[in-house]
Structure formats: structure tokens, C-alpha cells
Ligand binder design. Structure first.
Ligand code: FMN
Length: 266
């Protein structure tokens, strides 16, 4: 539970903090105060929505953002940005600097999480040779699946992936210099991890970077303990992963997609 500090001289008793609180933890008398049975989730909406800056919530774990609130983007700009996101499968032979990674991740940590629990932890492979090693572990897993004629090997084109791998091309992690893996110690955090990965995938192009979901790696992590051992996950669970790097090729058009399927209920 964070410390709730109010500067009464700045508070105009508008009650906005109380109305923004998702858990009903702020009560209004003359001034807002934390209710005795507060179930505050530290979401910070009270502090963020206080125009006069009268409120502060403090907790040693909480860190302020690097940027301020001014952000305006038109629907056209946002639409163009999001539609231009592509799965990147060809990467430049160039590493992403730790400073850029930190900058990106400072955005990603604002992804929503259930009950504001913020359970997602990241494992980031910094070294392309580690990425290749991880691909080879996935290929080993696929070989075993094929040998055992497993149901998954009939559904996933494992034999052709192994054939491609044998030609020196990596069809699993696509020669990406980095892999970002979302993990959590709480196995119920899967949705939070997937949302965080989606935020990461969307944030990267603003830095000139690109990503691709590592679906085969996820399958291997689910079926093959050696993946988790390689990543030294111990008791944490592997939620999902993205290959990350600087795109080698450019796209000149947005690919076609299915028409949206919506049913409005009145
Ligand atoms: C959950 C998930 C897993 C994926 N796994 C892989 C993968 O293992 N390898 C790959 O090349 N692409 C993978 N993709 C990328 C999809 O093929 C891609 O999103 C789709 O073809 C649409 O292309 P776009 O992302 O450029 O719009 C995955 C995408 C998702 C959402």
C-alpha cells in the first residue's frame, strides 16, 4: 500500500481523485483521505488526475516516468503508425544499445496489468550468438517431436523448419540480434505479459526497430524444459517472446487484411 500524501494548500476539494479511484479507496470530507479499508492498487490515477498537484502517492518501488504528460497524436497519425507495424524477419547486423533498450522499456512498463499488479519481468538476450543457441535448442526439441511423431509435429511444419535450419538459415529466431522474453513468477500473469509484449512490439518502430513474435520459441518453452534452463528462469514462467532488431528491408505498402467483424448490440 503506498503512502498517501495530501498538500491541503493545493487541494480545491474537487473530488476528482476520489472519482478516478477504481477501488473506492479515497473518501471525501473537506479533503480527500484514504479510507480505512482501502484496497488501493497503486494505480496512481488520483495523483495523475489532480490538476493542482495536491496529491502524491509514494512507495519505494514506484518510479516516475521520464516524460511528461503532453502527448497528442491524431487518429490519422496513430492509424498510420499502427498499420505500418510489420512482423520483421530480416535484421541488420547491428546491436541495439542498452540505452535504447532502457528507453523502450521505460515506455513498456506503462502497459496495463490486472489489478495494477505489474508482474512482468524481462529476460533480454543481448548477444546474437545466444539467440542462435536458443534457436538450436528449439530445433533439438523439434527433432524429438518429429522422432516421436507427436501430435504437434503433425500440425507445425517441424520437418521443413529442421531442413531450413540445416541449410544455415534460422527459421526460428530469424537471425535477430536480440530476443525479449516476458516472464512472471505468478503463472496467472499470462495476459499481462502478452499485453506488455504487444506494447513493446508497437513501441519499437518509433525507435527505428522492429520485432516479430517468436511463436516457435514459445511452443518449445512450453514443451521442452531445456529452454527454461537455458534462460535460467528457475520458478518464473515463460509467457512469450519477441525477436528484436533493426529491420533490414523496408515496406512500401500496407498489406491487405480481412474486413473487420463487428456485431453491434444495442
Ligand atoms: C502469437 C504469434 C506468434 C507468431 N509466431 C511467429 C513465428 O514464430 N515466426 C514468424 O516468423 N512469425 C510469427 N508471427 C508473426 C505472424 O505471422 C504475423 O503477425 C502475421 O503474418 C501478420 O503479419 P504482420 O504482423 O506483419 O501484420 C507470430 C504472430 C503472433 C501474433
Amino acid at each position: 500500500m503506498p503512502e498517501f500524501n495530501l498538500n491541503e494548500s493545493k487541494c480545491n476539494s474537487c473530488g476528482t481523485c476520489s472519482s478516478l479511484c477504481p477501488t473506492g479507496s479515497i473518501q471525501m470530507n473537506q479533503y480527500p483521505h484514504q479510507s480505512p479499508d482501502s484496497s488501493c492498487i497503486s494505480c496512481g490515477h488520483c495523483e495523475a488526475g489532480c490538476e493542482g498537484g495536491a496529491l502524491q502517492i509514494n512507495n519505494p518501488n514506484l518510479e516516475p516516468p521520464l516524460t511528461n504528460i503532453s502527448s497528442k497524436i491524431s487518429p490519422e497519425e496513430l492509424g498510420a503508425y499502427m498499420r505500418n507495424r510489420r512482423s520483421i524477419r530480416n535484421y541488420k547486423n547491428k546491436l541495439v544499445s542498452p540505452d535504447t533498450i532502457k528507453e523502450v522499456m521505460d515506455i513498456v512498463r506503462y502497459a496495463p496489468t490486472g489489478m495494477n499488479s505489474q508482474p512482468v519481468k524481462w529476460v533480454i538476450l543481448e548477444n546474437p550468438s545466444k539467440v542462435k543457441e536458443l534457436s538450436s535448442i528449439c530445433i533439438d526439441w523439434m527433432k524429438k517431436e518429429v522422432e516421436n511423431d507427436s501430435p504437434l509435429s503433425q500440425y507445425v511444419p517441424m520437418e521443413s523448419l529442421i531442413t531450413v535450419w540445416n541449410t544455415g538459415i534460422d527459421p526460428i529466431l530469424r537471425g535477430a540480434p536480440h530476443v525479449f522474453i516476458a516472464t512472471a513468477s505468478d503463472s496467472s500473469a499470462t495476459v499481462d505479459g502478452i499485453i506488455a509484449l504487444s506494447h513493446l512490439e508497437l513501441a519499437l518502430p518509433a525507435f527505428g526497430l522492429g520485432a516479430c513474435w517468436a511463436g516457435y520459441l514459445k511452443m518449445a518453452a512450453t514443451g521442452y524444459e531445456k529452454v527454461n534452463e537455458f534462460l535460467n528462469l528457475k520458478d518464473d514462467s515463460f509467457i512469450g517472446a519477441l525477436m528484436v532488431g533493426y529491420p533490414e528491408s523496408k515496406y512500401f505498402r500496407i498489406p491487405k487484411r480481412n474486413k473487420v467483424d463487428i456485431r453491434f448490440l444495442d
